[in-house]
Design a binder for this molecule. Sequence first.
Ligand SMILES: [Zn+2]
Ligand SMILES: [Zn+2]
Length: 187
Amino acid sequence: MLAIERRDYILKKLQETGRVQVSELSEALQVSRMTIHRDLDALEEEGLVKKVFGGAVSAVDYRREEPMGRCALCGRPVNVHTRVVLRTRQGNQIEACCPHCALLLLETRDDIASGLAVDFIHGKMINLKTATFLVNPDVVVCCTPPVLCFADEEEAHRFQLGFHGELTSLDEAQELTTHHMNLSASD
Ligand SMILES: [Zn+2]
Ligand SMILES: [Zn+2]
């Protein structure tokens, strides 16, 4: 089993139960505990899990179905399917209703250390820094222009074929979003 498959398995387990044990994972995946520890270290580095004695817990509460609060930028209720969780350098957690607002928060605040977004297709939390962004597709999700996040560039590309928009990395996505906002403001 590849590292990426183990990682998906671990994240899926965490979504279901909120907590995983190294011993259980090593048995279920037929690999050494050492390997599981390394997998968890990598996931922790990405901000997806938090290691605890004997295992790990979710860095975010995946099981929460209710909106968690309001967007730190626009004040809309946070939607569980599009939310972005940002962590500040001081260790505080702030939320954005969707990647659109997350990009603007990243641009206007200089105290944001990391972020987790929801993959638009699979609903799992992914690292904002390595996500593929689709800016201004023909879908109504939350804020305008809509911005969607994908873990897999290939899937993002297939989505783009049907719904258009521009595929970008994080840096370009910020520029494009402000560009589209300026365009609609001058209409
Ligand atoms: Zn917002
Ligand atoms: Zn929004």
